[in-house]
Design a protein around this ligand. Structure first.
Ligand code: ADP
Ligand code: MG
Length: 399
């Protein structure tokens, strides 16, 4: 079936034209694996793959959702928002609606069609894009302004064309936190703030450098190189226990070291106190502390326009994830090895939660096609699995 827009999906699903459309980009974690929930540093980009939602308000107090990916419709009353094990994908939307209400945002029923160009399970964070797009499409239909305390008394103004005023930096941060809370509380994934911040703060031709302790964002230029995503085709299940287990190792390591988080731990201190940790806690902490240092050095390399050095940190990051965090898998290792063998590749590593999913490679722009052909044929030869590498453009965030 040819790809259709969210508006077309809406027309097919509800037989009329949607009133509003909002979209939010997916993201790639460029460097900083599992550092976000340790209050560490992480680099990411927003990419030109989106969740787009077309919607129209309803007067019967009901919400009805259709998705391009999941065949069954989901229907519920605004006053009765609950999980439905038959349609777990709708939990991301419901979680955001509940968090909006908790903040004092008023909204009524609506029909919505969700379309996506973000590959599922490729570590591009379709879930955060879905959350952010949900929050924004509700804002389009039932305008609200958020601050740290909750919904402001005065909603945002519309211009003559009916466009809402843009989101300020503080409001973006409030929205990112709200979406994270939806995923933590309602979906039950203990994710950090990286995905939501990336979707809301992305900047074209720049890498975001996010400080997860102080919740600040800086942009460092990256021009002339492309990001290529290679999906192993092996499914990772973040709702499963692996991600939460790693997080617990990191948090118990910090507690054993009497640190607020691993962000506060220096490498020399960690090594000197190795015997206070279990072997697994030490390995996870060793990865996180080293990875936070790598982000600092990598940002410096970008500011000096030294992309070769920047790429080296990507390779090192992969080795650390593989050997210490142990969230790699043979397919991811193979992809990084194959990438390393191609002359146009500056750096490559697993991206996202791990345990399958995808790698990201930094590749000289004019050699992207050759690189992708090399990856696809070598991977298929060695695993029998098809590989369809994806080139991503770095884009502005949502809103
Ligand atoms: P990711 O790394 O892509 O964020 P997650 O497991 O965190 O992976 O989130 C993926 C989930 O997001 C899907 O299982 C589904 O529930 C939801 N989702 C993603 N895209 C869509 C879509 N187009 N329509 C409905 N739900 C979607
Ligand atoms: Mg996700």
């Amino acid at each position: 079936m040819p790809k259709v827009s969210a508006a077309e999906l809406f027309r097919r699903g509800f037989n009329f034209t949607p009133a509003r459309v909002a979209r939010a980009p997916g993201r790639l974690e460029v460097l900083g694996n599992h550092t976000d929930y340790n209050e560490g540093l992480v680099m990411s980009v927003a990419v030109d793959r989106y969740i787009e939602i077309a919607a129209s308000p309803r007067t019967d107090g009901r919400i009805e959702l259709v998705s391009s990916v999941f065949p069954q419709r989901e229907r519920f009353a605004v006053t009765d928002i609950q999980r439905n094990p038959e349609a777990p994908w709708a939990d991301y939307v419901k979680g955001v609606l509940l968090e909006l209400r908790r903040k004092g945002v008023h909204f009524s029923g609506f029909s919505a069609a969700i379309d996506s160009s973000i590959p599922l399970g490729a570590g591009m964070s379709s879930s955060a894009a879905l959350e952010v797009a949900t929050a924004l499409v509700v804002r389009e239909m039932y305008p609200y302004a958020l601050n740290e305390q909750g919904a402001a008394d005065v909603p945002p103004a519309r211009d003559r064309q009916g466009r809402l005023s843009g989101l300020g930096i503080k409001e973006r941060l409030s929205l990112a936190r709200l979406c994270q809370a939806a995923e933590n509380r309602f979906v039950g994934v203990n994710c950090g703030l990286l995905d939501q911040i990336s979707s809301l703060f992305g900047k074209a031709h720049h890498v975001l450098s996010i400080d997860c302790r102080f919740q600040t964002v800086a942009h460092a230029p990256l021009v002339g190189e492309a990001m290529v995503v290679c999906n192993t085709g092996v499914k990772h299940a973040l709702v499963g226990g692996e991600y939460n287990a790693l997080r617990e190792h990191c948090e118990s390591a910090a507690r054993a070291l009497q640190a607020k988080s691993l962000r506060s731990v220096e490498m020399s201190y960690l090594k000197a106190n190795k015997d206070r940790l279990s072997p697994r806690e030490y390995e996870c902490a060793y990865h996180v502390v080293g990875e936070i240092q790598r982000v600092v050095y990598a940002e410096r390399a970008l500011r000096e326009d030294d992309h070769r050095q920047f790429g080296q940190y990507l390779f090192q990051s992969h080795e650390s994830s593989r050997d210490f965090l142990r969230n790699s898998c043979p397919e991811l290792d193979l992809l990084v090895d194959l990438a390393r063998r191609h002359g146009a590749c500056l750096g490559s590593r697993l991206t996202g939660g791990g345990f399958g999913g995808a790698t990201i490679s930094l590749v000289a722009y004019h050699e992207v096609e050759a690189f992708m052909e090399h990856m696809a044929s070598a991977y298929e030869q060695q695993t029998g699995r098809k590989l369809e590498p994806v080139v991503c453009q770095v884009v502005d965030g949502a809103g």
